[in-house]
Design a protein around this ligand. Structure first.
Ligand SMILES: *[C@@H]1O[C@H](CO)[C@@H](O)[C@H](O)[C@H]1NC(C)=O
Length: 323
């Protein structure tokens, strides 16, 4: 027993020494402190501590893509930026010391939609390491149907109410926000389109218990051709990955889905979960009964912190540790 403990202690010492040496050496060979920054020594010491903390903390590399964003950059620029960055990262895993079998892609809200678009695009790239898992946090997965039960039930709930959600889509997809009324009636798409996607978007795909709170099925009104002409971009799978073909969705990696009850986008998660499961993709689903759209962002907001955000983070950590 003592021998084992000693061996363990010795190994831990050697590892710590190695990490510390590496952090210090990198100060001299890699790190560049510009002359214009006052207190260069202070910054070096701070950086050493930071690097040690990062190394000890999770033994993970976190890459946050600084993609070009709204309102200046519209669809599909953010999606393309994320795709290009992911492909570049997958090609340079060696440089980052990342195990190619353990790359996870994650995003929330619009970024959650982009996450799965990236995974869908990588499905037929056998030249790149396969993504181990995707994590979709209250993701925006379709822009066709804004009258799903969750859109109706949560239309006046902050932080993302119905009209702001619709306004965000119009900004992102670059169509006039004056089509809101038409979109609300489902008149922005012709009957043949509704018919085609009913098997994936229809309310019968959503469990009954989610339809109890103020939901009224609303058959779409006849199409407004002018609206359709401008809004038809919603049919692009790069903004509505929920309607990608079976042969793409079925090849997606293991998935963790987080949904919030009081979120207009809740049903995007429920519908995508069903599609993935129907096609045999393993899904871990965490539904926050007290969650609202954007709640995870409150995790470091002291006064504005909502306990639900901690539960989401714990669920994500638990999912990743189990991979
Ligand atoms: C929806 O949310 C936006 C942004 O928070 C707000 O400006 C607007 O007044 C809200 N609309 C309704 C109908 O509550």
């Amino acid at each position: 027993m003592w021998v084992l403990a000693l061996i363990f202690l010795a190994a831990a010492c050697v590892f710590s020494l190695g990490v510390t040496l590496w952090v210090i050496c990198s100060q001299f060979f890699v790190v560049h402190i510009p002359a214009a920054v006052g207190h260069p020594v202070k910054l070096r010491v701070l950086h050493c501590i930071f690097q040690l903390l990062v190394t000890w903390e999770s033994d993970s590399v976190v890459l946050a893509v600084g993609y070009r964003q709204l309102p200046k950059h519209k669809f599909p620029v953010p999606v393309r930026d994320c795709l290009v960055a992911t492909i570049h990262f997958l090609k340079s895993l060696d440089a980052y010391g990342v195990d190619p079998a353990r790359v996870v892609v994650c995003g929330d809200s619009l970024g959650g939609g982009i996450t799965t678009v990236v995974c869908q695009k990588l499905v037929d790239r056998p030249d790149l390491p396969r993504i181990r898992a995707q994590i979709l946090i209250y993701a925006s997965l379709q822009a066709l149907d804004l009258q799903t039960p969750s859109f109706q039930q949560n239309k006046n709930i902050p932080l993302l109410n119905w009209s702001f959600g619709c306004y965000c889509f119009s900004q992102y997809l670059d169509f006039s926000s004056s089509w809101q009324e038409v979109i609300m009636k489902g008149a922005h798409l012709p009957a043949k389109v509704w018919e085609k996607y009913r098997k994936w978007l229809g309310p019968e795909n959503i469990p009954e218990r989610f339809k109890k709170r103020g939901y009224r099925p609303m058959p779409p009104e006849p199409v407004n051709e002018a609206a359709y002409l401008e809004v038809s971009v919603v049919l692009d799978v790069m903004c509505s990955p929920l309607i990608a073909e079976d042969d793409v969705v079925s090849q997606l990696p293991e998935t963790c889905i987080v949904s919030c009850e009081y979120d207009v986008l809740r049903d995007d998660s429920l519908l995508y979960k069903k599609r993935l499961e129907d096609l045999g993709v393993p899904v871990t689903w965490r539904h926050m009964k007290d969650g609202f759209h954007g709640v995870l962002s409150t995790i470091d907001m002291s006064f504005f912190h909502f306990p639900c955000s901690t539960r989401i983070l714990n669920a994500l950590v638990h999912f990743m540790k189990g991979l």
